[in-house]
Design a protein around this ligand. Structure first.
Ligand SMILES: O=C[C@H](O)[C@H](O)COP(=O)(O)O
Ligand SMILES: C=C(OP(=O)(O)O)C(=O)O
Length: 468
C-alpha cells in the first residue's frame, strides 16, 4: 500500500535494485519475464544509487500494485494519432518543463504549461497547418540525466525530484527512493487534472500571434488527406510523456494488457516515453527496455549519431514496421543540423520504416552566459527549427514534430525573442530546476515560426501527391 510509506533516512547501502528485485512480483508470462530480466541485466547509465535498498524494493513492489497513471486505451489512441503524424497528416507538438518539481506540482503551474502548449497548437492549426497532436512533457518528468556527477560546488548533482532534491546540502542530494512514490502521486494528480482541463476547454481557438513580420502563411485548407482512421485527431485529449530514465520506477509501472499471444507489455507511467541522448547505448538497458514496451516511443539523437546507427535503432525499435511507433527526436544544434541530419534522414528513409521525425531545438543549443547562467538563444532555437524543415524539404520527408522545453510563466531563462531578454535579465526570473525554458511569449513566437514553415510544407506535400 502506498500509504504505508513515509520519508526515511537513507542507510549506508548504495546501489540500484537487482534484477530479481525488479522482476519479482510482476505476474508476467515466461517470455516477457525472460526479456525483462535480460533488459534490466544490461548496463544502465544515469541510474540512482539508492541509499536504502530495502526501502526501494518495498516501494517498487507497492508501485507494481498501484493503479496505472494512464490507460492502455489512451496509449492506443496516441499511437493512432502518431500514425497520422508519420504519414504527414498531423503534427506532433511536445512540450513542458525541463524538470518538473514537486513544489511546482500546483494547479496554477500545470494549467499554465497546458495552456502554453495548447496555445502553440492553436497558433499552428489556425494558420492552416495540419491538426496538432499535443503531448505534454508533464505528469512524470521528474528525473534528469546529468553531464557530471557533481554540481559546481562539489555536491552530488541534482537528478530530478524523483531521485534527490535541489536543496544544496549533502543530505538533500542523497538518492531517496521515497521520491518514486512522490513522483507517482504527483504524476497521477497532474494527469487527472490534465484530463479535467481538456474536458472543460477542449481546443482553445486563440488568434495566431505574429513574430517579426514572419507571420503565419495563408490557409491551405482542404489540402490534407484526412482518413477515416484519423478520427482520434479530432478528439480533445492531451497525452503525457517523460524520459524513461529511472528503470526501477519505469519497470514498476509495467502492466500486461491482453491475453495469450496478443498480450502486450505497456509502461503505464505515461503515454509516450523516450530514451535520452545519454542513455541510448546499443547494448544498454534503456534501449532494451524500450524494445519491450508497446507504448509509442521516442529516441533522442544528437550530432554524434551515424546514419548506420540511426538505421539500426529504427530496425530494433520498430521491428514490425508500425507507423508512428518510433519518433526520432533530432537535437543536433543549430550550427550542425544542416550538415549532420541529411545523411541520417536519407539512411533511415531507405529502411522504409514510417517513423515520426521530430525536432528538439533546445538540447543542442545550450550555453553559459557571461554572467554564469545556463541559457539558450531564441534565434538559435529558431535557426535549428528552420534547418530541420530545410533538410526534410530537400529530401522529400515530413518534418513531423517539435519537442520543446516551455513554461506558461514569464521566466527569463532563454535569451532573445521579441521581449529581447538579455543576459542582465536572466537573474530576474530564472526558475528552472535544470535547463532553460522558453517563456510563454517566446513559446508562442516559436509556434508562429513553425506555423509559417508548416503551412508551406503542407502545400509542398500536396503538390507532391498531386504530381505538380
Ligand atoms: O535536460 C537535459 C539534461 O538533463 C541536461 O541538459 C543536463 O544538464 P547538465 O549538462 O547541466 O548536467
Ligand atoms: C535530457 C534530455 O534531452 P537529451 O537526452 O536530448 O539531452 C531531455 O529532453 O530532458
Amino acid at each position: 500500500m502506498l500509504s504505508d510509506f513515509t520519508v526515511n533516512k537513507p542507510s549506508d547501502r548504495s546501489t540500484r535494485l537487482t534484477v530479481p528485485d525488479v522482476v519479482e512480483c510482476h505476474s508476467l508470462p515466461v517470455d516477457s519475464r525472460v526479456d525483462l530480466v535480460d533488459a534490466l541485466a544490461r548496463p544502465a547509465a544515469q541510474q540512482p544509487t539508492w541509499g536504502n535498498q530495502e526501502r526501494a524494493r518495498e516501494i517498487c513492489s507497492a508501485l507494481r500494485d498501484a493503479p496505472p497513471i494512464v490507460t492502455v486505451a489512451e496509449v492506443e489512441r496516441l499511437r493512432r494519432r502518431l500514425t497520422a503524424v508519420a504519414r504527414g497528416r498531423a503534427f506532433l507538438l511536445q512540450g513542458g518543463d525541463c524538470a518538473e518539481t514537486f513544489a511546482d506540482s500546483t494547479e496554477d503551474h500545470v494549467r499554465g504549461n497546458l495552456r502554453a502548449l495548447s496555445r502553440m497548437a492553436a497558433t499552428i492549426a489556425a494558420a492552416g497547418g495540419p491538426p496538432v497532436v499535443r503531448l505534454g512533457r508533464m505528469a512524470g518528468q521528474y528525473a534528469k540525466p546529468r553531464s557530471s556527477e557533481t554540481d559546481p560546488s562539489g555536491l552530488p548533482a541534482y537528478r530530478g525530484d524523483m531521485i534527490n532534491s535541489l536543496v544544496p546540502t549533502r543530505e538533500a542530494r542523497e538518492h531517496e527512493p521515497f521520491g518514486m512514490i512522490r513522483a507517482y502521486l504527483n504524476a497521477a494528480a497532474a494527469m487527472e487534472y490534465v484530463r479535467e482541463e481538456v474536458a472543460v476547454e477542449p481546443m482553445p481557438t486563440y488568434p495566431p500571434l505574429r513574430y517579426d513580420g514572419a507571420g503565419p502563411a495563408a490557409s491551405s485548407g482542404g489540402l490534407h488527406d484526412r482518413h477515416a482512421d484519423d478520427a482520434d485527431l479530432n478528439m480533445p485529449e492531451i497525452c503525457v510523456s517523460h524520459e524513461a530514465l529511472v528503470l526501477d520506477y519505469e519497470s514498476a509501472m509495467l502492466r500486461l494488457a491482453g491475453a495469450g499471444r496478443h498480450a502486450k507489455l505497456y509502461d503505464l507511467s505515461a503515454h509516450f516515453l523516450w530514451v535520452g541522448e545519454r542513455t541510448r547505448q546499443p547494448m544498454g538497458a534503456h534501449l532494451a527496455f524500450a524494445e519491450l514496451i508497446a507504448n509509442p516511443i521516442g529516441l533522442k539523437i544528437g550530432p554524434g549519431v551515424t546514419p548506420a546507427a540511426a538505421a539500426e535503432y529504427v530496425e530494433r525499435l520498430d521491428p514490425s514496421g508500425t507507423p508512428g511507433r518510433l519518433t526520432l527526436i533530432s537535437r543536433m544544434g543549430h550550427a550542425r543540423i544542416r550538415d549532420v541530419l541529411p545523411p541520417v534522414v536519407e539512411r533511415v528513409a531507405a529502411t522504409g520504416h514510417e517513423i515520426v521525425w521530430q525536432c528538439d531545438p533546445m538540447h543542442g543549443n545550450t550555453e553559459t552566459s557571461s554572467n554564469g547562467y545556463k541559457t539558450r538563444y531564441f534565434e538559435h532555437i529558431v535557426d535549428e527549427v528552420e534547418g530541420f524543415f530545410e533538410v526534410h524539404r530537400a529530401l522529400g520527408t515530413y518534418p513531423g514534430g517539435l519537442h520543446v522545453e516551455i513554461t506558461g510563466e514569464d521566466v527569463t531563462e532563454c535569451l532573445g525573442g521579441s521581449q529581447n531578454v538579455v543576459e542582465a535579465d536572466l537573474p530576474r526570473r530564472y526558475r528552472t530546476a535544470c535547463d532553460p525554458r522558453l517563456n510563454y511569449r517566446q513559446a508562442q513566437e516559436l509556434a508562429s515560426v513553425v506555423a509559417g514553415l508548416l503551412a508551406r510544407e503542407t502545400v509542398y506535400l500536396a503538390d507532391l501527391s498531386s504530381g505538380v
